[in-house]
Design a protein. Structure first.
Length: 472
């Protein structure tokens, strides 16, 4: 249809003129919201049942509507449903096709219903399913992280602060850091799924209906716990959608940090980990390239998903209560965020499951300077104040350069009194990365016994976030 065409109105009794072509094109949301067809047909099926129950349509009309809705459902399933240019959205498209199939009863289906409450009902039904799917995928990633952590319990590696080597850690402890954040996101998803518990259907356009609608019945039949409360908020608020995109933004942010590590640690400069060929790509020019595009795409979601949250918030901000057409943009944002987050989660799981690590290179990266805190704490145990020990060990590191802290300690001890020097010297000489790891004492540390406890605790936390059992 060109800009000069004049599309007919599907709801035209109030108007003398056809909708302007450019308005119709921009206003038409079928390309985005057609994915709600299952929810729309299911909601209409439930609405027709309620209308018959309260006597607003006959049982014969109800049966005709059910038969027609089942036929429309079958067309969508088979991929044979044909949209028309006049269809503004999925809701009007279904209603139009229903009229073609069953005639007059289709004109009764919208009794007591506005597209304002209809679209929110459909969207929340879709969102509940999408959250459940995302929760399942992320739970799989947590499981994979925990399994791989068990495999990396005895593999030492540097831990970082400020992107600089800080302490000896382990592959297990590194993976559990990501599992810990992911488990918190599982709790957020489960809690959000639990809170999307109220059906907007029956709220009308803004202030309710003059008809004796049974909202409790439709809510129960649609799988909600109850009908929603305030009808203005039910049709005009998008806070549940903003909440969902916000959780996606947090998940994407977490995954992007892992993606960044996968990118760098698989590079020739590090070669700490290796990604399989199926998760890498080649170059159109450079025959030798093996690009970590999957990991980079995971990293990229940490930028895209927060932007979707900002877009949803900006769409909602400063609108008056009730529905405004600005909110038509909500579903495009929501679908992009949920789809992008799901894809990033699944891709992350594939990377975690398939990556391998080079234990020898990781151990070699545990440079002698990572024993600095061990030495400072050992001096504290010998009676030295920590700030004094901190200053002295700094001098030891400076004197040692890239070499052994033993040599630095010997140089410093000539001018400084070091308590228990002989014993400390012997222990430092025998100190290995593995010894530093097992010597850690605190809960939550990288010590292998503590890491095993963390694995067990994360499995308990993961189980507590199963849908319907969100932590308080």
């Amino acid at each position: 249809m060109s800009d000069g065409d004049t599309p007919a109105r599907s709801l035209g009794g109030r108007f003398d003129e056809a909708t302007d072509a450019i308005l119709h094109r921009i206003n038409r949301s079928v390309p985005v919201d057609q994915r709600l067809w299952r929810e729309d047909i299911g909601g209409s099926h439930t609405h027709a049942r309620m209308l018959a129950k309260v006597g607003l349509i006959t049982e014969a009309d109800r049966d005709a509507l059910w038969q027609g809705l089942d036929a429309v459902h079958a067309e969508f399933e088979a991929g044979t449903f044909l949209f028309q240019e006049a269809d503004e959205d999925i809701h009007m498209a279904v209603e139009r096709r229903l009229g073609e199939l069953v005639g007059e009863p289709a004109r009764r289906l919208h009794t007591g219903r506005s597209r304002n409450d209809q679209v929110m009902t459909d969207t929340l039904l879709w969102l509940r399913g999408a959250i459940a799917g995302l929760h399942g995928h992320l739970s799989d990633v947590v499981d994979t992280l925990l399994v791989r952590a068990e495999e990396g319990l005895d593999t030492v590696m540097p831990g970082f602060t400020h992107s600089q080597p800080a302490q000896v850690s382990s592959v297990a402890h590194w993976l559990l850091a990501h599992a810990d954040e992911a488990t918190d996101h599982l709790r957020r998803l489960a809690d959000l799924h639990r809170r999307i518990d109220a059906s907007p259907l029956g709220s009308g356009a803004n202030a309710g209906s003059f008809l004796p609608l049974d909202r409790e019945t439709t809510a129960a039949n649609l799988g909600f716990d109850r009908p929603s409360g305030n009808s203005i908020a039910s049709t005009g608020s998008r806070m549940a959608l903003l909440d969902a995109v916000g959780v996606c933004a947090m998940i994407g942010t977490s995954l992007s940090r892992l993606g960044e590590e996968l990118v760098w640690w698989s590079s020739p400069q590090f070669r700490w980990i290796r990604l399989p060929d199926r998760l890498t790509t080649g170059s159109s020019l450079l025959p030798h390239k093996r690009n970590p595009d999957g990991a980079e795409l995971i990293r990229g979601q940490g930028k895209v998903l927060p932007a979707e949250f900002a877009a949803m918030a900006a769409t909602m901000a400063a609108l008056p209560t009730g529905y405004s057409k600005d909110l038509q943009h909500d579903k495009a944002i929501l679908f992009r965020a949920m789809d992008g987050c799901r894809d990033a989660v699944v891709l992350t799981g594939a990377h975690v499951a398939a990556l391998s690590w080079d234990a020898e290179r990781l151990r070699a990266a545990c440079v002698p300077q990572l024993g600095a805190l061990w030495l400072a704490d050992r001096l504290v145990l010998a009676g030295m104040p920590f700030r004094t020990a901190h200053h002295l060990v700094g001098a030891v590191v400076r004197m040692a350069g890239e070499g052994s802290l033993v040599d630095g300690l010997e140089a410093v001890s000539i001018e400084h009194a070091v308590p228990d020097l002989e014993a400390i010297h012997a222990e430092l000489t025998a100190l290995t990365p593995e010894a530093m790891l097992t010597g850690l004492k605190t809960a939550g540390s990288a010590a292998p016994d503590q890491v095993r406890l963390q694995i067990d605790a994360l499995r308990v936390r993961r189980d507590a976030t199963r849908l319907g059992h969100a932590e308080d």
